[in-house]
Each structure stands twice: as C-alpha cells, then as structure tokens.
Design a protein around this ligand. Structure first.
Ligand SMILES: [Zn+2]
Length: 502
C-alpha cells in the first residue's frame, strides 16, 4: 500500500517527507569490521536498517542496497591512533588477518540471515576496493585537500569549511585541548586517508601506493565503496549514532571535496542498545551475541521482536528478562495467527484489508515507529470486522515490513506453533511445525474428543482404535495432568492423508 514515508534526517535534524532522486533508491549502510562476532548492539542497527528497506519496498520503491565489509585493518580509535582491530584479532586467535576476515564475515552473514534481514544487493569488501581508494585519495590530493606527515596522508579539514556542520559541533570544542596524540596533524579534526606501514615491522595487509607501502584509513573505505556501487548523491545513508561525529563527518568531507556533489540526501542513525553498565561494546565486558541469546531461550526473531519495543532513535536497555518477554510476545502472536479460522466470514475484500492496515501503515510511515506498528498489528487481529482470510492477508502485508515470519512457524529456535481448541467439553492443544489446514485441525480435534469420551466411559477398545489411527498419521497424543489433551502433528501432509481424507 503506497503511502508517504516520513523519515528523520540527521542532516536536517527533522522528520522529512522522503522523496528519492534515484530509481531504485540508493541506500548505503556502514557495515561491520570483521574481527570478532557481532554483538546484539551492532545487530540492532542492521535490524533498523532492514525495517527501513522493507518499508521502502512496501511503499513501492525499488531499492539498491549496499553494505560494506570492513576487512582491512583500521586503527582502534577514531583519532587514528591505537591498535589495529584486525591485526589484534589475528594475534588473539593465532590466525592470519585474511583468515580472521573470512571467518567473521561468514559469521556476520549467518547472523543477518537468522535475523531475517534481507540481503543487500552488494556486500563490497574493502580489500577488493584498494585501487578505488587510492584513486580517491589522489583526486583529493590533486584538489589540494591533503597533506603528508611522517605516518601518512591526511585530510586537511581546514580546507573544508562546512566540516563541523553535519555533527553540529562547535569547531573550537573539537580543536581545543586535543594537542596530545595529534602527532604531526595540523588540526584535531584532520584524519588519515592513507597510513604508511611502520618501518620496523611488516603488516599482514599492506599495499603499494603512490605515497608508499601502507593501508587505507577507515573513512575512505565507505566513500570509495559507495561511489563505486551507487549514484551520488545517495538517497539514504545509514549507520549507528556513534558514526555521526567522526566517521560520517569525514565521509561527507572526502566525498564532497572529491566530487563536488552532495554525499547523501538523507542520513539516518540508529541509537544504541544499552546495558545497565552502559553502551554495549566489543572492547568492554558487555558482549552478548545471538548465540548467547539462544542459550537463554531467545531466538533471533525473538530478539528482532525485542528491538521493536523501542523506536530506533531511542536507546534500548537490554535485559534477558525483557528479551524473553519479547520472545513470549512473538509466540503469543503466532498462536493467535495460527488460530485464525480461514473459513470464517467469506473471502478477501482488499479494501477492508487496506482499511485495517491504516494504523499500522501510519506508524511505519511516521519514521518507522515499530512499537506503534506492533500495537496496531495486535489491534487488527483483535477486531472481528475482517473475515479469517482477510486477517491472514492483513498479517501477510504487515509482515512484509516486520520480517517476523508470522505466517510460518519458526523452525530455528522459535516458539512452536500451538493452538488450543475446545470441542464437546474437551480441551485439545495442537502443535505443528507449520500452519494446519482447517479440515485437518477439525479431524484431529474431533477424534481427540471422541477418544477422551471413550476413555471416560472406560471403552478402552474404542480409545485404542483412535490412538492407532493417530499413530498411523504420525500424530503423538498425550493426556495432560490438567485434563487436556495434546496432539503433536509430525508431518502435516501425512496426517492430512490419513485423517482428513474423505
Ligand atoms: Zn561507513
């Protein structure tokens, strides 16, 4: 359902109507540095970006989506000092930097898949774009934006007067009191475009350049890769809040100085996931991954649901209890959806479905307000204005943005699909690994109730006969202490053939 999408643009410090210049929409998202597992704080950003992409597609736009992989070492701090994360990761694990990069790239992509994040069109790797980075630094040099020090080629921010505009910082606050660790830099905001390899040691990743053997600065990677794969200006550039002040300010300076064109028209930033102790970071002890969550009974989609409890521009405080309750919320949602009676109330009138979707669409189009969108989904399911088939159509539409796989039961650690029915005074709970056809549901419930009555009358012959039918159909029957009956359907197709045939 096409709608007007309003997005918060960091560059304008305001919510703005999104009007793209490119078709498909050019979307660039800063990707991971692959020297360790992604923690769930990193992943929150990719979930927000995925919702954005899904919302764009839902609104009818084509999207060309690029997420870079930073597999070249860069220095641990924004100030171009400190240790190289990649080399550090390699030393920690006794592997080569190249092996570290390949291993954690694969792990990251697996995380993305399990979170149902749609794959970008291109995953450019920094190591595969060194010539483009060198060419970009050369352009900047020719235009007079660089200078050389003993350890590298630097961007001269004094030559880019609007440098401090994007992050809305006072230049004097940046430049004063930062003499320490500045080395030969002329100004605290200047940053490395190309670093020379140290004379006394060999790096595992280094390349020839017109300035000497070395490696690129971090920021130049994103400028070079977005220029290589997307039109300029980009329609939307995304990243985490922590990118605004340095990484994105630098990216804008480089790209705009080199091309004379705007870098991106809309900038969107996701807030942090916080623990009680503060921001989740790889450097501290607060390191929770998707595997940690799985050990505690929280599936990747349960975590996705947890992320929807806060707006993406609001810090979200993480706790295992909070995430478990989101997991339960998702299970409840699936249960309600699974119990929708498809045969109730006739076919699908698409106007009714669209009308029911209005509040959900309003929430999405109001800067991706997911807490409101989830509430609107529940509200739509509660009402009885829609037929069963319309409700399913409503869920299918909403799930295009939510990405919670709501019409399929989760196989990967998600809650099992469950539906509880009452029939002739018997309470019967059905579980299955997929959506049960209505006729099969009826057939199971009817037999389970009949068996229960037979047992109550001590007619064990009849009860055993029904149990044998269930066994043949691959349905496991269990009498529960609370008097209810649980029927677990193994293979839906087999059960249907045996029990629901005419
Ligand atoms: Zn970036």
């Amino acid at each position: 359902m096409p709608k007007s999408l309003f997005l918060y643009n960091t560059a304008a410090a305001a919510k703005e109507l999104f009007v793209p210049e490119n078709d498909p929409v050019a979307l660039y998202c800063c990707g991971p540095t692959v020297y360790n597992y992604a923690h769930i704080g990193n992943l929150r950003t990719y979930i927000f970006e995925d919702v954005l992409k899904r919302a764009l597609m839902w609104c009818g736009y084509g999207v060309r989506h690029v997420v870079n992989i930073t597999d070249v070492g860069h220095l641990a701090s924004d100030a171009d000092t400190g240790e190289d994360k990649m080399e550090k990761g390699a030393a920690r694990e006794g592997k080569s930097v190249w092996d570290i990069a390949a291993f954690y790239t694969e792990r990251f992509m697996a995380d993305i898949v399990s979170l149902a994040v749609l794959q970008p069109d291109i995953w450019p790797r920094a190591t595969e774009h060194i010539p483009q980075m060198i060419a970009l630094v050369k352009t900047l040099e020719e235009k007079g934006f660089t200078y050389r020090t003993g350890d590298g080629i630097y961007f001269d921010t004094a030559r880019f007067p609007s440098y401090c505009d994007f992050a809305r910082v006072d230049p004097s606050s940046l430049r004063a009191g930062e003499r320490v660790g500045m080395g030969e830099k002329r100004c605290a905001t200047d940053f490395a475009l190309w670093k020379f390899s140290p004379a006394d040691s060999r790096r595992q990743m280094e390349w020839q350049s017109p300035w000497g053997v070395g490696f690129p600065g971090w920021h130049i990677e994103c400028s070079a890769m977005s220029l290589a794969h997307l039109p300029q200006p980009l329609d939307i550039h995304c990243g985490g809040m922590d990118h605004i002040r340095v990484h994105h300010a630098n990216e804008i300076a480089q790209t705009e100085a080199a091309t004379g064109k705007k870098c991106a028209r809309y900038w969107m930033h996701g807030e942090f996931l916080v623990l009680d102790k503060g921001k989740m970071a790889k450097s501290g002890g607060n390191f929770v991954t998707l595997s940690t969550l799985k050990e505690r009974g929280i599936s990747p989609l349960g975590y996705r649901m947890f992320c929807y409890t806060a707006h993406y521009r609001t810090p979200l405080t993480f706790s295992f209890e909070g995430a478990l309750s989101a997991e339960q919320g998702l299970a409840n949602l699936r249960k309600v959806i699974l119990s929708i009676d498809k045969s109730r109330g006739g076919g699908v009138n698409i106007d009714y479905v669209d009308r029911a979707l209005e509040p959900f669409a309003d929430a999405i189009c109001d800067d991706l307000n997911m807490p409101r969108a989830v509430a609107a989904l529940w509200e739509g399911l509660r009402g009885d204005k829609l037929s069963g088939a319309e409700k399913l159509a409503f869920v299918r539409e909403a799930d295009r943005v939510l990405g919670l796989d709501l019409l399929k039961t989760a196989e990967d650690g998600g809650a099992a699909a469950e539906v509880t029915e009452e029939f002739n005074g018997c309470v019967i709970t059905l579980t299955a690994s997929g959506v049960l056809p209505q006729s099969l549901k009826d057939a199971i419930v009817e037999r389970a109730a009949r068996r229960k009555k037979a047992k109550a009358k001590r007619d064990f012959g009849a009860a055993d006969k029904i149990r044998a039918e269930f066994t043949e159909a691959g349905v496991e029957v269990k009498d529960m202490p609370d008097g209810s009956t649980r029927c677990a359907v193994g293979d839906i197709g087999l059960a249907e053939r045996v029990l629901a045939g005419d």
